[in-house]
Ligand binder design. Structure first.
Ligand code: ZN
Length: 582
């Protein structure tokens, strides 16, 4: 075990982190253009009259205009939570899901990956030179409406019509041959010895990550050969399910506009970019994945999925819709634009111009609308059986969603669209698998847990809870544990004007609780502060109700035994009345 963390890893961790999410979950930030503003946590209380602490998503930096504190997300965690450099990196690794290399093997692996990227970059440049020399390839691009300037921007290239062009050019030694093989640029001959090129006579689209590292390639034929598109095989660095085409070329625009357009084809990205939509990405014909979507949401708040109206496009859109519903997060929005069957953005822009595309984009359906519309479109909701299957199908997805306001609102919306009651929809919950039926409590976090979770993300909301909420009759799982933690957190926040999350956790010396609370803070909360406030309010109301019911139950049993005191009797009557009214 070594303490050395390669600089590439540090950069990677910082790049992959949403600084607004990290800082925003610790101090209150308000939107102000591309920046977020808040009260500076670093200068002394009372010194600050106006928020002078700004966090910039694009720059990945925070800065205070008054005390001049500033830095990146690692420095923030070191300052704010008094973490050491490795501890801050560990925290970020936890948030981003990235792994910090600890062993020698990890470091060797990173170096190997770097070498593959370097090789890919060299081969990409060779493909670019090839393109400049190939008449046929240039003709093809011209026919597709791709001029040389655009081809340059996307570093388009051409793989020559040869069996061993790359083998000969780059495979100068056994080590080099080995590297080419690992990069998926050549493959072993089946019948005879030696290697041959992977891409032949194809326009080459380099697939780069947001920093420009060439991870792999896609090749398109320029005649009627098959397959039309060929992608690099999976390699140590080319992971089809993680990358999206256009990430490097669209990155800047994606960050500045805070929006991304995800299309199906490589040429769609290129045509869109040429027409001024420089923030598009392509899934490249494979189904979009959870990782890809999460990755894009790191850099932008809105994704518009723009797919063809044929069955493949509709299927792809539905998959994306389901993934987004299961990942609804603070400030993240997904929209859907399904083009008329057989049309892709490339053709649409060429035939109708960019303005028509802008109009379509503006009218893209919000996530929930698209979800309900698609389900209704697949069922005949004029018939009871159609309504039932629509309800069942929609609840299949909804039941997998995290609990929260968004989910509740979606259920209400589905109910109103299908003209049924929400209680009727919720019935579909009982038709889950055997296993989940056995452990219903694990499916839905308890109200108390939800409240704690909200307070761990938005501690200041504790001040919204009025003090008389005692909840002394709630017996949470028979041990009063959860409610006591909640009460303690509320008291801690109430009695301390600017308490830090880390300090709250420190007050719980029980290692089990301590660990549990830490785990909660690293969880992404799926709702904004305003939604959290409403939800907390709702939870407190429900806890109150539960408290009243428990209290009443106790009083009822006392009443049966005739052991009520005078004041208890009074309370009993009052409670009975309030229950009756409901
Ligand atoms: Zn300051």
């Amino acid at each position: 075990m070594s303490n050395y963390i390669p600089p590439e890893t540090v950069t990677k961790l910082i790049e992959a982190t949403d600084i607004i999410l990290v800082i925003g979950s610790r101090i209150k930030l308000a939107s102000s253009g591309t920046e977020r503003l808040g009260k500076c946590p670093f200068h002394k209380k009372g010194e600050e009259k106006h928020p002078s602490f700004s966090v910039n998503q694009q720059k990945g930096l925070y800065h205070c205009f008054t005390c001049k504190a500033g830095g990146n997300v690692v420095e923030f965690l070191m300052e704010y939570e008094h973490k050491t450099f490795p501890e801050a990196l560990e925290e970020i690794a936890k948030i981003t899901g990235l792994v910090i290399p600890k062993t020698k093997q990890d470091i060797v692996k990173i170096r190997q990956e770097e070498r593959l990227k370097e090789l890919n970059a060299k081969v990409m440049n060779y493909f670019i030179v090839n393109l400049s020399k190939s008449k046929k390839a240039n003709e093809y691009l011209k026919n597709r409406g791709i001029d040389s300037k655009t081809a340059q921007k996307f570093s388009l290239g051409f793989a020559n019509q040869s069996w061993d062009d790359i083998v000969k050019k780059f495979g100068t030694s056994e080590t080099e041959i080995n590297k080419l093989d690992k990069a998926g640029l050549i493959r072993k001959n089946k019948s005879r010895s030696g290697y041959r090129d992977y891409f032949r006579k194809r326009i080459i689209f380099p697939i780069r990550d947001n920093k420009g590292s060439v991870m792999g390639f896609a090749g398109r034929v320029i005649d009627d050969a098959v397959p039309k598109y060929l992608n690099s095989p999976e390699t140590e660095i080319y992971k089809k399910k993680q990358l999206l085409y256009g990430m490097f070329e669209s990155y800047k625009s994606l960050r500045s506009s805070n929006e991304a357009i995800i299309v199906e084809g490589y040429t769609d990205v290129i045509t869109l970019s040429k027409a001024g939509f420089r923030n598009s990405l392509a899934s490249g014909g494979t189904a979009i994945t959870d990782t890809q979507i999460k990755n894009v949401f790191k850099f932008s708040e809105i994704i518009t999925f723009c797919f063809d109206g044929d069955s493949a496009g509709k299927k792809a859109a539905w998959k994306a819709c389901e993934i987004c519903l299961l990942n609804t997060a603070v400030n993240k929005k997904a929209r859907f634009l399904i083009l008329p069957e057989g049309q892709d953005p490339d053709e649409l822009i060429k035939s109708k111009g960019p303005e028509s595309f802008t109009k379509l984009l503006k009218n893209a359906a919000p996530l929930s609308d698209f979800f309900i519309r698609t389900i209704k479109g697949n069922c005949d909701s004029s018939q009871p059986s159609g309504v039932e299957s629509a309800a069942e199908k929609s609840m299949e997805t909804v039941n997998k969603m995290k609990d929260g306001i968004y989910k509740d609102k979606l259920i209400e919306k589905i109910a109103s669209e299908l003209k049924v009651k929400t209680s009727q929809l919720k019935r579909f919950k009982h038709q889950e698998s055997e296993q989940s039926r056995k452990t219903p409590s694990n499916n839905r976090p308890s109200l108390i847990r939800q409240a704690i979770n909200i307070l761990m993300h938005y501690p200041e909301l504790a001040r919204e809870i009025s003090e008389e909420k005692e909840f002394k009759y709630i017996d949470d799982l028979g041990i009063n544990l959860g409610i006591n933690i909640l009460k303690k957190i509320i008291t801690l926040i109430d009695s301390n004007e600017s308490i830090k999350l880390a300090t709250i956790i420190e007050h719980f010396s029980d290692p089990k609780i301590n660990k549990h609370l830490k785990a909660l803070t690293s969880e992404q909360l799926i709702i904004s502060q305003i939604e959290a406030k409403n939800e907390l309010h709702e939870i407190i109301l429900r806890l109150n109700e539960r408290n009243t019911r428990s209290e009443l139950k106790k009083l009822v049993s006392k009443a049966k035994n005739n052991t009520l005191t005078k004041s208890e009797r009074k309370r009993f009557l009052a409670l009975s009345k309030s229950i009756e009214i409901k």
